[in-house]
Design a protein around this ligand. Structure first.
Ligand code: GTP
Length: 604
């Protein structure tokens, strides 16, 4: 395929603005899939995606399209829409020359529209704004076009109005991709060079890498090597993604496809790595900025006998999602496990759900925490750590005030877009979360864009849910990292019957300690079931108890209620109790539900 007839593009949008629906339509009109009700949103392959209706993992499809008598190869790279997955967006973008920026004709520009726009803009890509859902009764494409002009400085004439649902104007989108997006600059005559931009693991074939060929060509049977590890492989299978794998004899400059090369170890296909012919080494392509984990949590098998199984499941999933960091960890109560780093809380929940659904793993996840830093004052400790500044990803390892000159917490710049009727409430929510306002801009008569600097830990767990509920779902939020700031932090312990439970230890701002301690105790009381004995739930700072709740014991045996001979009822009760137990983790002599560790942090 001549390079000048290739277009690599991706679709970016705020969640629910219709990216997957448009992708489906593009696949249909190019004949890659047959139209039926059943194959709606074929690009969203994972079970969690289908359940949650969000795209987690970028998927890729190659489409053939004829324009003015010429056949074109259009490579569509799907991207996820949620804040936590912007890493995947930047990854997809590096294999593209253009993007379709979708905006809902009713909702207008939202927080992730802004974030995604800047990712594409900074990468120097051609941006084609697409106003979707013009079939809706409340659609107001004129207003949205004015917003696009005001916020992104793109002339309104460049917007394409479509209905992805009905197919209106979708063909025009493909024409504009061909006409406006430049062809990749790769040449077939160069030496072979390809970028690994995604990879997955297949039980039978091992690692399946998604590659974008930046130069030359590669064929089945070629010997290739990777720049990162320098190991060499024989190409066993390669082809296009349409979106289902379609084997071909070779992949050529400008093409995007998949490759299987006998990589058995999950660590062999690094995302961002460069592949080349073994006998013609090349300079590595600029890879990706490694994603920075912003939320850390302990993960432990429900039972230590499941340790090995869980380890291999985590290994395989992290290949599929290289933005997760993994470190061995162990805890008194939960035994051997890992401390994992995620981009955000949803990212962590999705990872956990995938472990359970795709690998049948049974996991206890501890309270998430953000990466704090401390500047050490003790010369001995500085020597021991090899630096003055240390990062703390496990609250149990928080150094004492006496050896520290300063604690630091990670900050983010948050962008909120909202109808102006909610501005007041949102401002007080933000103040409550120790935020400071940077600026505020009306993007049209009724909608406001606000920027705030937040401590990350104040938004990581439940900020998004609260923002959504107080604005009846109308406000949207996205954030990016903004470095570290000094903060008055202290460690808060949670005690069950006088014993500190390391997994519930938290780092909090002094100003918030009392209210957090009280809320933690109340929520724990709500989530730990009654047991045979009384349980005292306490929050303490050092040796000082700042809050307490009591969980009363059972009055009588649960079965005592079932007098008479109703044996089936008795069995049912016992069964239900046993099922409940399975989801419990014993800490000391107390049964704690495995989701209590996360639920205690959610302020609803
Ligand atoms: P994520 O993958 O979660 O980011 O969402 P998305 O952007 O892929 O959105 P999706 O395609 O799942 O569409 C979201 C909702 O909008 C679905 O219920 C679609 O049926 C609906 N939708 C998409 N396009 C249109 C359209 O043109 N008109 C109308 N009326 N509804 C649409």
């Amino acid at each position: 395929f001549p390079v000048e007839r290739i277009r690599n593009f991706s679709i970016i949008a705020h969640i629910d603005h219709g990216k997957s629906t448009l992708a489906d339509r593009l696949l249909e009109i190019t004949g890659a899939i047959v139209t039926t009700e059943k194959n709606k949103q074929v690009l969203d392959k994972l079970q969690v995606e289908r359940e949650r209706g969000i795209t987690v993992k970028a998927q890729t499809a190659s489409l053939f399209y004829t324009h003015k008598g010429h056949r074109y190869l259009l490579n569509l790279i799907d991207t996820p829409g949620h804040v936590d997955f912007s890493y995947e967006v930047s990854r997809s973008i590096s294999a593209c020359q253009g993007v379709l920026l979708i905006v809902d004709a009713n909702q207008g520009i939202q927080a992730q529209t802004v974030a995604n726009f800047y990712l594409a803009f900074e990468a120097g890509l051609t941006i084609i704004p697409v106003i979707n859902k013009i079939d809706l009764k409340n659609a107001d494409p004129e207003r949205v076009e004015a917003q696009i002009e005001k916020v992104f400085d793109i002339p309104r004439e460049e917007c394409i109005r479509i209905s992805a649902k009905l197919g209106t104007n979708v063909d025009r989108v493909l024409q504009e991709v061909v006409e406006r997006v430049p062809a990749p600059t790769a040449s077939k005559d160069d030496v072979f060079k390809a970028l690994v931009f995604d990879s997955g693991f297949d039980h039978y074939r091992g690692v399946v890498a998604n590659v974008a060929v930046f130069g030359g060509r590669v064929r089945k049977g070629d010997r290739i090597a990777s720049a990162f590890l320098g190991k060499s492989y024989e190409v066993q299978e390669l082809g296009l993604l349409r979106p289902h794998e379609q084997p071909t004899d070779g992949l050529y400059a400008g093409q995007v496809g998949y490759m299987v090369a006998g990589m058995k170890d999950v660590k062999e296909a690094q995302i961002g790595d460069t592949l080349y012919h073994q006998q013609h080494p090349v300079d590595a392509l600029p890879g990706f900025k490694p994603a920075k984990a912003m939320v850390f949590a302990g993960m432990y098998p429900m039972d230590q006998s499941e340790y090995t199984g869980l380890r291999s499941a985590i290994d395989k999933l992290t290949l599929n999602d290289s933005s997760v960091t993994v470190q061995k960890d162990s805890s008194m109560a939960l035994g051997a496990g890992w401390r994992l780093g995620f981009l955000g809380l949803l990212h962590m929940e999705v990872f956990n759900q995938r472990l359970e659904q795709e690998y049948n793993a049974n996991v206890v996840v501890t309270a998430p925490t953000v990466p704090y830093k401390a500047r050490l004052s003790s010369a001995r400790l500085i020597k021991e750590h090899g630096s003055e500044e240390i990062t703390i990803v496990n609250p149990a390892q928080f150094p004492e005030r006496s050896v520290v000159s300063e604690y630091l917490e990670p900050m983010v710049v948050g962008t909120i877009l909202t109808p102006d009727t909610f501005t007041g409430q949102i401002m007080s929510l933000c103040l409550n979360r120790r935020a400071t306002q940077e600026n505020m801009l009306y993007i049209d008569e009724h909608r406001v864009m606000m920027k705030y600097i937040f401590p990350l830990n104040e938004i990581v767990v439940d900020f998004y849910d609260l923002l959504k509920s107080l604005s009846s779902g109308y406000a949207s939020f996205d954030y990016e990292n903004a470095g570290y700031q000094a903060a008055d932090l202290i460690k808060m312990d949670i005690l069950l019957n006088g014993k500190s439970v390391e997994e519930l230890t938290m780092i909090v701002h002094r100003q918030r300690a009392y209210s957090m301690g009280k809320a933690m105790c109340e929520r724990l009381k709500g989530s730990i079931p009654r047991q045979m004995f009384e349980i005292a739930v306490q929050a303490a700072i050092g040796s000082k108890v700042i809050a307490r709740e009591t969980i009363k014991p059972f009055r009588k045996n649960v079965l005592a209620k079932c007098y008479g001979g109703d044996i089936t009822r008795k069995l049912k009760l016992l069964k239900r109790q046993a099922e409940g137990k399975k989801k419990m983790r014993r800490i000391g002599n107390i049964d704690v539900p495995k989701d209590a560790f996360i639920n205690v942090l959610k302020r609803t």
